[in-house]
Design a protein around this ligand. Sequence first.
Ligand code: NAP
Ligand code: HSE
Length: 431
Amino acid sequence: MKAISIGLLGLGTVGSGVVKIIENHQDKLMHQIGCPVQVKKVLVQNIHKEREVAVNQSLLTTSAEEIIDDPDIDIIIEVMGGLEGTKELLLKALKQKKHVVTANKDLMAVHGSELLTTASLNSCDLFYEASVAGGIPILRSLVDGLASDRITKMMGIVNGTTNYILTKMSKQGSAYDDVLAEAQRLGYAESDPTADVDGLDAARKMAILSTLGFSMKIDLDDVKVKGIRSVSEDDLQYGKQLGYTMKLIGIAQREGEKVEVSVQPTLLADAHPLAAVNDEYNAVYVYGEAVGETMFYGPGAGSLPTATAIVSDLVGVMKNMRLGVNGKSAISPQYEKKLKQPEEIYSKYFLRIHVKDEVGVFANITSVFAEHGVSFEKILQLPLKEAEEAEIVLVTHRSSLEDFEQILNKLRDLSAINEIKSSYRVEGGGR
Ligand code: NAP
Ligand code: HSE
C-alpha cells in the first residue's frame, strides 16, 4: 500500500509536534485514511541544530525547491512562519497540485483569500485550523458545526502568551519581563514576541475568525488593536477590587449588516466565563441567533496541541483525496464588508486618573461625563502618597466609543487633572 508523502516546512516547536503525532498515532491515521503517512523531507534553516525530536538526518534540507518540486510529495505542511517568501512558496506548491496545511496566521490573515482562490483553482485543499487557538477546533466548528446559524458575536482569548503573562502577573504578582521570558521558553510566544504582546497575533486570528464567522472579508487593517504592554500592576489590582479580571480580548460583533472587530486589554466581570480561562489556555465564546451561547476551550499554543490541529487537517485532506473532492470545501464570503463607526460601537469603560486633591475637581469631571450623557457604575477615590494628589478609578455605564474618546480629550484639557493613567473596555456585569 503506497504511503502518503508529506513535505514538512519547519521543524521547530510545532513541526516537532507534527512529527511526534504522525509517528505515535500511525495506527489511528492508518485506520482513518487506509494507508501509511510518511514525512519524506523536512525544510530547516540549520541542518546541524539539536532537535526536540529524533528525525533521520537525511530527511533534512535547506532547499525549499527540493520539497516543492518533488513529484512524490502530495501534501505540504507549513510550520516555518514568514509572510511574503512563504506565500510565494505555497502558491508554487498549490500550482503544482500539492495540498497545503498551515499554522501560519500571519499569512492567512493577510494573503488567505489569494491562497484559497489558488487552492480552489488547482483542486487543492488549503486547511489552516492550527492558525487560530492552537488545539481548539474552532474554524471547523464555525464553518461546519454552526453552518446553519447566523453568528452575531465572537469573543475570544486567542493569544496564549498574553493570557499566560496576565494570569501570572495577576495571580502571582510576577514581573512582566520574567513571565514573557518563561512563555518564550515554553514555546508559546512567536519568534518575535512583539506580535503577541502588542496584540497583532490576536488581531490576525480575529480577522480569520470574523471572516469565517460573519462570511465577510475582514482585513487585518479593519481590526482595532491595542496590546498589553501598558497594563500595570495597579490596573490589575484595581480591576480585582472592583470585581474584574484583565484579559486580552478579541471581540467581533455584528448588528444588522455592520460589524466591529477589535483586540484590546479588557476588564471582564469575574462571573464572565472567559474570566476563568487562565495560563496559556484559549477560549472562544460564540453567540449564534439560533444556538445561543457556546464556548470552545483548550490549549491555544504549544507543540502538541497545535500539531493536533495540523494532523487533523492532514486527515481531512487525505479523506478528501480518497473521495476525490479536494479543493471543493472553501466558500467565498457571502456579505459585503460594512464596518461600524465609533458612534455605533458601545461598551462600558474603566478609567483611572490622577487629579489635584482640591475642592470641585470631582464635580468638574462628572460634568464632562454628563455633557455626553454617560453615567457611572462604580467609583473609587483614594489619596496618593504625593501631596495634594488623588487617584480616581471609575467604571462607566455603556457609552459610545465616540463619546468616550471625546470625554478623554476634554478631561486631558482640565487643569485639575494631572494624568490619565489608563482606560480599558469593560465587558459583563450588567447593563
Ligand atoms: P519555530 O519554533 O521558530 O520553528 C520554525 C521552524 O521553521 C524552524 O525549524 C526553522 O528552522 C524553520 N524555518 C524558519 N524559517 C525558515 C526558512 N526561511 N527556511 C527554512 N526553514 C525555516 O516556530 P513555531 O513556534 O514552530 O511556529 C511555526 C508556525 O506555527 C508559525 O507560523 C507560528 O505562528 C505558528 N503557530 C505556532 C504556535 C506555537 O504554539 N508555537 C501555535 C500556532 C501556530 P531551524 O530550526 O533550522 O531554525
Ligand atoms: N504565539 C501564539 C500564542 C501561538 O501565544 O497564542 C499560538 O498561535
